[in-house]
Design a binder for this molecule. Structure first.
Ligand code: SF4
Length: 398
């Protein structure tokens, strides 16, 4: 799978499938939300669907809703069902089958909730699930059991109890707001949440996880950025998987966030037929750096129900990292991780560059396969230390 010119450039795809006169409202994020494609009829009015997709759309209503912003919809190929953008947001029949190893809560979040909506898995940080809605829905969503509101569970965040838990738990220094997508909230509502968190003295650091800059870059208004800027240190983790997603509108939106002093990182999910090649990943990470976004994590797709058609072998992720390390800028290389099933947390997975580890030495290989011997440091012998002391201070002592 190689990137096309369409994937490598920062280009706008508007109005694409929409009429020319929609351009007057294209930059209005509320218009984008109102015009999301969320039914089979809407979809078939624009794309030639396969039977696999048509059945998938009909099944999705009971599992994870379908909804696609016009901005993101325009990135899809009308005729190619294997289009990497289509595979991410258009349901397929395979979603209806759960492989034996799959789970509805693959990261074990529900068993680590001291208060509904607040996941306390690591000692010093929490995941605060503030909404179950997103601008568009990813078919591999780890939280599809609650996200979109049509699945088997419902998110019932207990706001006051969550804030009280944070106030009385001084070891929590880092809060990640996620969901769903927190940037769907109004500026005023988000400001209130961030102000309340900032009033807790032991919370040093706030993060927001959001795919809005990709699905709905029009939402990243100057007013939103000015409000976010009041709550530093604030980081944002975006989520993008394929270089075509980095359009000129997305690049401008990310620039506004970066200009507001917000450090930006990207989390990608490794997906079969979407981004499971070195070439696609390299184009993606290079474009991210040009948008002032540091590639942060590359996730092995979680064992979420109905996702086997999107998962790759773990070895593919390792091969991708190996194809990047040494072959491009170190800043461009994300950490490949597997979220340990059932709540094991993120486990880094790396290529092995140690060929042999002996006593006092290592045999290493570099990115070109060349072999190097590396002596492990040995402590200075006591006699040598005494000799050097006497040399430096010959008259010291009696
Ligand atoms: S944007 Fe995030 S939370 Fe929303 S559907 Fe996609 S992966 Fe799930």
């Amino acid at each position: 799978m190689r990137p096309s010119d369409f994937d490598t450039a920062f280009i706008s795809h508007a109005p694409g499938y929409w009429p020319e006169d929609s351009m007057s409202r294209w930059s209005d994020f509320k218009w984008q939300l109102r015009n999301r494609v969320d039914s089979l009829t809407d979809l078939e009015a624009r794309l030639r669907l396969t039977d696999v997709e048509r059945a998938g759309v009909l099944l999705a209503g009971h599992k994870l809703a379908m909804s696609i912003t016009p901005h993101f919809f325009n990135l899809m190929d009308r005729d190619d069902p294997e289009c990497p953008i289509r595979r991410q947001v258009i349901p397929r029949i395979e979603e209806g089958w759960n492989a034996p190893e799959e789970l509805s809560d693959p990261c074990g979040e529900d068993s680590h909730m001291p208060v509904p909506g607040l996941v306390h898995r690591y000692p010093d940080r929490v995941l605060f699930l503030v909404t179950d809605r997103c601008a568009s829905y990813c078919r591999y969503c780890t939280r599809s059991r609650v996200v979109s509101g049509v699945g088997e569970q419902h998110l019932e965040t207990q706001w006051e109890a969550a804030f009280r838990y944070l106030e009385k738990t001084p070891q929590i220094r880092d809060v990640l707001l996620s969901g769903g997508d927190p940037l769907l909230f109004s500026d005023e509502r988000l400001d209130k949440i961030l102000t309340r968190l900032r009033a807790i003295p032991h919370i040093q650091f706030i993060r927001i996880g959001s795919r809005i800059p990709i699905f709905l870059p029009q939402r990243i208004t100057p007013e939103l950025c000015a409000m976010l800027k009041k709550h530093h240190p604030l980081f944002i983790s975006i989520h993008t998987n394929h270089p075509r997603e980095l359009t000129s509108e997305v690049r401008d939106a990310l620039g506004r966030l970066a200009d507001a002093g917000i450090p930006l990182g990207n989390q990608s999910v490794l997906l079969r037929g979407v981004n499971d090649s070195v070439e696609i990943q390299k184009t993606l990470v290079h474009k991210l750096l040009m948008c002032r976004v540091r590639p942060y994590y590359l996730y092995q797709c979680d064992l979420i129900n109905g996702s086997s058609h999107l998962r790759t072998p773990v070895a593919q992720g390792v091969a991708i990292i190996e194809g990047l390390r040494g072959h491009t800028t170190g800043y461009a290389i994300p950490q490949f991780v597997i979220d340990g099933p059932g709540g094991g947390g993120k486990i880094p997975i790396n290529p092995n560059y140690i060929v042999e580890a002996g006593t006092g030495h290592l045999t290493l290989r570099n990115f070109e396969g060349e072999i190097f011997d590396y002596p492990d440091p040995s402590p200075m012998p006591r006699a040598e230390m005494v000799r050097l002391q006497q040399q430096a201070m010959p008259h010291a002592g009696c």
